[in-house]
Design a protein around this ligand. Structure first.
Ligand code: C2E
Ligand code: MG
Ligand code: MG
Length: 742
């Protein structure tokens, strides 16, 4: 058994002494005849119990800790109380004339504010303990009024000593405040308070009962010293001493916020109102009236707090549901939508939910800076909001992802909403005078239920959106139930990819797509595009490159493509060039070695290779990337900036880049004859490229219309289905023989 600290053992000894003294007093009550005053017992033993209890509290305070000051004050209160007893014994009880508030009463009354302060400190730094105190004041006021009215009803008529009655009433007031405060704190802790706290509450309860009894008796001049009533006061001191020995555990933060605001005040107001309506009379009646008025005033004061608390709670709730940046509902709000009161969320023809993720927003953010990125998001939110019909909801899920819950007027038109959103984004945004083009991938899910189940709908739309993202920018996909590439599926895919590399990479095939000159079909280069053969089918790169990256297989893949592509084009022996896509993270000195090695092995000249990099490479690590590209060009290898305009490099940044040409992203080409601003931006890209002496290539040209537009803007080189789809190596010889290199 661990040894008890010395002070604690002393506390127990003092408590036993106090109990013995209390027993002596109780014994004397039993044996003496009423009205006898026994100075050694009534003055000595009685005061001794209180002083011993106070001493125990002093010892507890001496042990320090955060509750030390609280115990110190509690002890101070008890000492004041004991001093009152002493003064009564030596002076008060011999006084002939009636004095209003003699010293002993003043000392006894001083006990209360000190005790309230002690409890306040013992409560610790519980948030909103000022509310708790106010609630205790109001509620005890209500109880006091009730008690006064009941006492008046019990013995109507005039009470004897009015002054004494008022003072005795003040004791009861103080007791009730202490008792209610202790119980209220237990309540806000959901009654999970330590035994020490219960002893404190019990002590105050006994005190309140004794004082109430004293109140009645003294009002009718029926109180006699040295009777059982006095024992109540002693028991109360013993309970407080017990609490000091047990100590209080640190209180957890309250679970219930101060009795749900106004409940105690409401009860108190009701009681006070009833009391006043009863028409209190006589001395108790007066007391009841004043107490009722004070209680009502306090309740009014409490109302002020309650209003502030309610406003704060509302604001917190609002913040939890509203996205700060855009002012739109957030993901939580979207989920909570069907339960929100007053939102009649019903559509007889069903709903569709569009999950929208902006493409490459991380890069845009990185190059624009976060502040501008935020503004861009806010502008996007505004535009998307313009596409909503009445009763539709737009929410920001997180980062660059939004969701639109739209009423489905015609269930066969699931895509209509998403198309509207896409159209709204087509116009470039303007941030500080600079146009910024945004595209987004969207996933659509739909339900015919009149009230939508947001959870599953959102999950489906989200899956479809991520599926679209894997295929390419600007795509809309409907949820089909097939897209969930479960983690198991993806792990399996990675394992197969890894195995296929270990087998020498025969499962990877290169297809080649030409980049040609519009006016004479001369060939700039063939672009090598990788495919993965799986169970007889060819998997496009959009579906497996992500896994390659996650599996850390980008290095072997790029090595494989570089070697094979250079070898394949060189084998044709006609001086053609091939372009190879290099992912951003590989634009490092490693690339220089690989390129040299691949060219050496094939015995091919440097000008037979063109490297394609995207803006990402230059945004992520501009210095290294630029150095590597420069070194490549020194070797004689050319460099093209792929998917230009889709990321955000900024036109002016191109000036400083070590590149030979730009490939204008298909997102621009596809919109060029529908959208004036896109046309304008494309025009300025072409002009800038020409001024810098760069080769400008239009990517993904699908028809003669797009070609004509590009040509009108001054684009000389194109690539796209309009000229040739990517072809297998077997078709290479035939194609190249008809298209001379430049
Ligand atoms: P990319 O480098 O921009 O390649 C052009 C993509 O556009 C190719 O898709 C091509 O088939 C497609 N395309 C060409 N003409 C048209 C057209 O007229 N209309 C439309 N809608 N599309 C057209 P693919 O082969 O699926 O490749 C997708 C992307 O995968 C490539 O975009 C490239 O970023 C990446 N990729 C392909 N092969 C490799 C590789 O060996 N290494 C790396 N790191 N990435 C590669
Ligand atoms: Mg490319
Ligand atoms: Mg491209």
């Amino acid at each position: 058994m661990p040894r008890e600290p010395g002070s604690r053992r002393l506390m127990w000894v003092l408590l036993v002494m106090a109990i013995l003294l209390a027993l002596v007093f109780a014994g004397s009550v039993a044996w003496r005849s009423p009205g006898d005053y026994l100075p050694w017992i009534d003055g000595g033993a009685y005061t001794g119990v209180i002083l011993l209890a106070a001493l125990i509290a002093v010892l507890r305070a001496g042990r320090g800790g955060p509750q030390g000051p609280g115990w110190g004050l509690l002890a101070t209160g008890m000492i004041l109380y004991a001093l009152g007893e002493v003064w009564w014994a030596v002076a008060g009880r011999f006084r002939e004339e009636i004095v209003w508030l003699p010293l002993e009463d003043a000392l006894w009354l001083a006990y209360y504010p000190v005790q309230v302060l002690a409890l306040w400190l013992l409560m610790g730094k519980a948030p909103r303990r000022d509310r708790n105190l106010l609630d205790a004041l109001v509620l005890s006021g209500g109880l006091l009024v009730t008690l006064a009215v009941l006492l008046q009803g019990w013995r109507p008529g005039t009470a004897a000593a009015e002054e004494g009655l008022v003072v005795a009433g003040l004791y009861v007031t103080g007791d009730l405040i202490l008792m209610v405060l202790a119980l209220l704190l237990a309540y806000v802790q959901r009654w999970r308070v330590s035994p020490g706290w219960w002893l404190i509450a019990l002590g105050y309860l006994i005190f309140a009962l004794s004082d109430s009894l004293y109140w009645v008796l003294s009002a009718y001049d029926a109180y006699v010293e040295g009777t059982w009533v006095d024992i109540g006061w002693l028991l109360s001191s013993l309970a407080l001493a017990g609490a000091a020995i047990l100590g209080l555990e640190a209180l957890p933060p309250p679970q219930v916020q101060s009795l749900r605001g106004m409940v105690p005040a409401a009860i108190a107001v009701m009681l006070s109102g009833l009391a006043l309506g009863w028409g209190p009379e006589g001395a108790f009646g007066d007391f009841a009236r004043y107490a009722a008025i004070a209680t009502l005033a306090l309740a009014l004061f409490r109302l002020n707090y309650a209003i502030r608390d309610a406003a704060e709670a509302n604001e917190q709730r609002r913040r939890a549901l509203i996205d700060d940046l855009t002012g739109l509902p957030n993901r939580h709000a979207l989920h909570a939508l069907p339960e929100l009161p007053g939102k009649a969320l019903a559509s007889p023809t069903g709903w569709c939910l569009v999950a929208l993720g902006l493409d490459r927003f991380a890069d845009i953010n990185a190059s624009l800076g976060h502040e501008r990125g935020d503004r861009l998001l806010a502008l996007t939110a505004e535009r998307l909001g313009g596409c909503l019909g009445p009763g539709d909801v737009l929410a920001r899920l997180e980062g660059d992802e939004f969701a639109m819950l739209m009423r489905l007027a015609d269930p066969s038109q699931t895509f209509a909403g998403a198309e509207r959103l896409r159209a709204a984004l087509e116009q470039p945004f303007e941030i500080d005078g600079v146009p910024v083009a945004l595209t987004a991938c969207m996933g659509v899910s739909a339900t015919l239920d009149p009230v939508p189940a947001i959870g599953p709908l959102l999950k489906e739309a989200d899956l479809a959106m991520h599926h679209a993202k894997r295929e390419g920018p600007g795509l809309i996909r409907a949820y089909s139930g097939q897209e969930a590439p479960s983690s198991v599926h993806r792990l399996r895919m990675r394992a197969r990819l890894r195995a296929d590399f270990q087998d020498g990479g025969a499962a990877f095939e290169l297809h080649y797509q030409p980049i040609v000159r519009i006016d004479n079909s001369a060939l700039l280069a063939m672009e090598a595009l990788v495919r993965w053969r799986q169970d007889g089918a060819l998997v496009p790169p959009g579906q497996f490159l992500g896994e390659i990256e996650h599996a850390g297989l980008m290095v072997p893949l790029t090595t494989l493509v570089l070697h094979r592509a250079i070898a394949a084009i060189h084998r044709q022996g006609q001086g053609h060039a091939v372009t190879v896509n290099v992912s951003p993270e590989l634009v490092t000195p490693w690339l220089l070695d690989q390129v040299r090695d691949a060219l050496d092995r094939a015995g091919a000249p440097a000008h037979s290779l063109i490297v394609e990099v995207t803006e990402d490479a230059l945004i992520r690590n501009p210095d290294t990337a630029n150095e590597v590209l420069r070194a490549l060009r020194v070797q004689g290898v050319r460099v093209l900036l792929d998917d230009f305009g889709a990321g955000w490099c900024g036109l002016s940044a191109v000036r400083d880049l070590a590149v030979d040409g730009l490939k204008i992203d298909r997102a621009f080409v596809a919109r060029i004859h529908r959208d004036l601003p896109t046309r304008a931006i494309t025009g300025s890209i072409v002009n800038l490229g020409r001024d810098l002496g760069l080769t400008v290539i239009g990517e993904g040209v699908e028809d003669a219309g797009e070609q004509a537009e590009l040509e009108a803007l001054g684009v000389e080189w194109v690539q796209g289905f309009a000229y040739a789809k990517p072809m297998p190596e077997t078709a290479l010889a035939d194609y190249l023989s008809h298209h001379p290199p430049t």
